[in-house]
Every structure is written in C-alpha cells, then in structure tokens.
Design a protein around this ligand. Structure first.
Ligand SMILES: Nc1ncnc2c1ncn2[C@@H]1O[C@H](COP(=O)(O)OP(=O)(O)O)[C@@H](O)[C@H]1O
Ligand SMILES: [Mg+2]
Length: 357
C-alpha cells in the first residue's frame, strides 16, 4: 500500500485545441495510506479521468504523481501496481470463476498455496464459494461483476484499489451488503480504497473521506459529517443531503446578521469583511425547528404540504416567495397553516458568491 500524491495534476483530452477545455482543472490531492475514500460528483465531472490518471490508463497533460514519494508519472499501468475495478464486468469467459479470481496472483507468480488461500478468502467475502468451478461465461451480470470485484481485492500488495462505480449493475439488496463487506475488507487489510460514485448515499455510508467534484474541480474534501454540517459551496449543500440544504437569498445586515423577507437572522459567521451586499443563507432542513412563538431568529412561514416519510415528516413551507423544507419527528403535529420557524444560529451557514464564508 502507498501514500499517493497528485501534484498540480490537470488533464485535457484535447490539449492542441485553441481553448483546451480541461476535463480536470489543476489540483493537488494526497491519499493517505490505508484510507477509505469516495469520489463523488455528477456524471461528466471528471471522476473516471482522475482514477485513470492514478492507474496510468490516462497520462495527465500536466503535473506529477508520487507513490510513497517516488515519481510514477511516466510508469505504465502494470508498473504502478494498482488494482482497478470498472463499472462493467471485465472477466475471462474461457476461464472458471476460480481461475478468474486467481489470475492477478498467477500473473505475478505467487506460490500455489498462497493463491488457493487468497482465492478462498475473497470467494468467502463475496459469497462466491459455490460458483468457483463454474465457467465465468455462464454467470449473470451481477455474478460477473462480483468476480471483477474479487479480482480487484485478491492482492494485498497493491498500492491502492480503485473502484469506478463498481456496483452499478448490482441489485440494491446485494449492493448494501457488498458496500459493508468492502468497508470490512478495508478495515481488515488497511488497503487504500478509492471508490467512485455519483450516489451521495453510497459515498456517505462507505467512506471516511469524500472528495466532492463538480465540473472538473474538487470542491470539497471532508468527512461525511463535515460535508453535511459545513458545505464549502452551495453546490455541495445541494448535492449532499436529502432534501438538499435550504438556501435563501438574503442581505448583509450587520457583523453577524443577514435579513430576508423582513426577518433578521443572527449567525455565528463573522461577516465584517464581506464585500457583497447580497448573500445566501444555508440551513439544513434537519436543523430548522417549528416553535410556538415568534422570537429571535424566527420567520413566519406558510405550510404548503406535510409528507409522512415513515421515519420522519417532511414539511414544505413558503416564506418571502422562497421554499423552506423542514424535517420533523414523525409524531409532531404540523398545521397546514402559518408556523414560526426557528433557525439556530450555530447551524446557519452564510455564502458569498456560492462560497462558504
Ligand atoms: N476519452 C475521452 N476523450 C475525450 N473526452 C473525454 C474522454 N473521456 C472523458 N471525456 C470527457 O471528460 C469529462 C470528464 O469525464 P469523466 O472523467 O468520464 O467523468 P465522470 O467519470 O465523472 O462521469 C467529460 O466532459 C467527458 O465527456
Ligand atoms: Mg465515470
């Protein structure tokens, strides 16, 4: 396993073009040895490009890659010693399941006893024991992808295991179980695991650290709770959490205050250096409280709809022509009427030009 550093890496698939559009804008990133990461972002934001640069499938147009402080930028895929699992199964149809799983070890001349033990272990973790003698070509799409996953995990001498949306073709129940298993495998072997997904739920339940990307750039690196509590940009606030963070157009009012729709909201953010008069206030629907009486940091909103979602209720209200979503306990009564909503100061995030202040 290795510490992996990306230094001033950038990539354009068309570097000769007059306006060489970057698929990845210049960035720096260090992946700690043994860490469990998710790269999260919408389709086309550059996730696969980043993985392929690490494994060597793509040569970056700019920058350097270091594995344990050694420059590997010019090394081939096999010389980098990375295991990569792709979105769709890559298997050898002429081989049995067992031979498929053993293949990465056979290629590197591991001893027979080690190969047998490792194949058994991985087959056990992925519940493939019953299929070992079967021809890989006879498997379902789910099973084929499990073999691909198994091949990615069979070696524990790799610098990192990279997985590019590996559970796309797997059914939801099995997905949940596999995600847990991957987590356990990472905890057991402390393998550096980098997992690409466009599904925030998958990223939040799987990773210790999440790299959120948007349009070719890393917008935030943080733990699931950091991304939830203090999204660095409004994009992260929208992208993480269900429902998305509430955002309100507001005006700068004082060193810690903003106002909108006639309501004044105190925050814990120092706004004294803020140049912009127009800001955005962000607050999670989990933190807005429905209170009996209007007071400090309250607004009077009109409830439009209350949905019972089993574990909680989701209240949709409107204030100053802006939508507000509030999550409340299942047993809380909510009138279809006007209600006072409290915004606790410590949960208020203030954004200037879409960036957290
Ligand atoms: N081989 C390629 N040639 C040209 N453009 C590409 C190629 N692969 C990806 N791109 C472009 O680079 C951008 C990032 O793509 P990609 O890394 O595949 O994103 P993601 O995996 O997040 O969906 C997209 O605009 C995509 O169209
Ligand atoms: Mg991709």
């Amino acid at each position: 396993m290795a510490k992996i550093e990306l230094q001033n890496i950038a990539h354009s698939y068309n570097p000769q073009a007059a306006d060489k559009a970057y698929a990845l804008n210049p960035f720096n990133m260090t992946w700690v040895d043994g860490g469990r990461y998710a790269i999260l972002g919408p389709s086309g934001c550059g996730k696969t490009t980043m993985l392929n640069i690490m494994s060597g499938i793509v040569q970056p147009s700019e920058g350097k890659l270091l594995f344990n402080d050694v420059d590997v930028t010019k090394l081939s895929t096999s010389e980098r010693n990375i295991a990569q699992v792709f979105q769709f199964p890559v298997i050898y149809g002429t081989m049995s399941v067992e031979q498929n799983l053993a293949f990465p070890l056979v290629c590197r001349n591991f001893e027979k006893a080690v190969i047998v033990a490792k194949v058994q272990e991985v087959a056990g973790a992925l519940s493939l024991e019953g299929l070992l003698k079967k021809s890989a070509s006879k498997l379902t799409a789910d099973q084929k992808q499990l073999i691909s996953l198994g091949r990615g995990l069979v070696r524990d001498d790799v610098a990192a295991v990279l997985m590019d949306e590996p559970l796309t073709v797997i059914d939801p129940d099995l997905k949940f179980r596999l995600r847990r298993q991957l987590k356990e495998i990472n905890q057991k072997y402390r393998s550096t695991l980098i997992y690409v997904t466009h599904d925030q739920n998958e990223a939040m339940t799987f990773a210790e650290n999440i790299i959120v990307m948007d349009a070719g750039s890393i917008v935030q690196v943080g733990s699931p709770s950091e991304l939830f509590e203090r999204p660095k940009t409004t994009f992260v606030g929208y992208f993480i959490g269900a429902p998305a963070m509430n955002f309100f157009e507001c005006k700068l009012e004082g060193s810690h205050n903003v106002s909108f729709g006639g309501a004044s909201i105190i925050t814990e953010t120092d706004l004294s250096k803020t140049g912009e008069a127009t800001l955005k206030l962000g607050i999670r629907s989990e933190y807005i409280r429905i209170v009996e009486t209007a007071g400090i940091n309250t607004i009077k909103a009109q409830v439009q709809r209350v949905e019972d979602l089993g574990t909680h209720k989701l209240v949709s209200a409107i204030f100053d022509n802006q939508n507000v979503k509030i999550k409340v306990k299942r047993d809380q009564e909510v009138p279809l009427d006007s209600v006072s909503l409290e915004f606790p100061a410590r949960h208020c995030c203030v954004y200037e030009k879409e960036q957290l202040i």
